[in-house]
Design a protein around this ligand. Structure first.
Ligand code: FES
Ligand code: FES
Length: 151
């Protein structure tokens, strides 16, 4: 049994400790906002916060999250859309939306760490989050605009 905190709630998970965190979140806990894209750490669709740092949950084994705090895209919207989510909506930045959960999480981590991140820093942070719809420029614009909404 592995104990961790997910979106502020303590949870116990009865899965092998090498189970990918993404599998635990989606299949054991029903948190399907984190997406299964490549399953190989290449696309960023599964990005979550692990003790405040953006990680790709498909290549994070459960044991690495033992005793840690995990925040998924659902946790970021507990009180309504967070600034990144609100700005993505306002900019109509998503097309199919598949990549957006991971982008919200990674961009939120960036603005938490550097609320004044510039276009280059935003683009660099999102380099590992692929968007097959080609919405990257609108996504970067939306994240830059989110800076004014960030408390
Ligand atoms: S599903 Fe995790 S990086 Fe692609
Ligand atoms: S909006 Fe479709 S993959 Fe990014």
């Amino acid at each position: 049994m592995t104990t961790l905190t997910v979106n502020g709630e303590p949870v116990e998970v009865d899965r092998p400790d090498d189970t990918p965190l993404l599998t635990v979140l989606r299949d054991a806990l029903g948190l399907v906002g984190s997406r299964f894209g490549c399953g190989q750490g290449l696309c960023g669709a599964c990005t979550v916060l692990l003790d405040g740092k953006a990680v790709q949950s498909c290549d994070t084994p459960l044991w690495q999250a033992a005793g840690a705090s995990v925040v998924t895209v659902e946790g970021l919207a507990a009180d309504g859309p967070n600034p990144v989510q609100q700005s993505l909506i306002e900019h109509q930045a998503a097309q199919c939306g598949f990549c957006i959960s991971g982008i919200v999480v990674r961009a939120t981590a960036l603005l938490d760490e550097n609320p004044a991140a510039d276009a280059e820093q935003v683009a660099a942070a999102l380099e590992r989050n692929l968007c097959r719809c080609g919405s990257h420029q609108r996504i970067v614009d939306a994240v830059l605009a989110a800076r004014r909404l960030t408390p």
